[in-house]
Design a protein. Structure first.
Length: 100
């Protein structure tokens, strides 16, 4: 069976008083998830807006990824496909070895 989807992710950034906030919005066409992240510039550091954007955006996308994985876990459980052991990380099993 062939299956094709296109999901859209948008990242929205705002900066005010040394704090950058990010929202990563995933639109699947059926549902929307929103991840959030922020970064604060240390007052003693040189202000480089691009770094705050990168940090806040990456944190928002990490939040979004976690929400998406938890949704997948709920959907797996709903069809009886529960992992034998609780997950300590995500990825392929060989990516989760002790030296990774």
């Amino acid at each position: 069976m062939t299956h094709a989807e296109e999901w859209t992710v948008g990242v929205h950034l705002t900066e005010e008083d040394g704090t950058t906030k990010a929202r990563a919005v995933l639109d699947t066409g059926k549902t929307t998830l929103v991840g959030r992240g922020r970064a604060r510039c240390n007052p003693q550091d040189v202000e480089v807006p691009a770094i705050g954007d990168e940090l806040a955006a990456s944190r928002a996308m990490r939040d979004l990824a976690g929400q998406l994985m938890r949704a997948a876990d709920r959907d797996l459980a709903a069809v009886g496909a529960v992992p034998e052991q609780p997950r300590t990380g995500y990825g392929w099993p060989e990516d989760l070895g002790p030296d990774k």
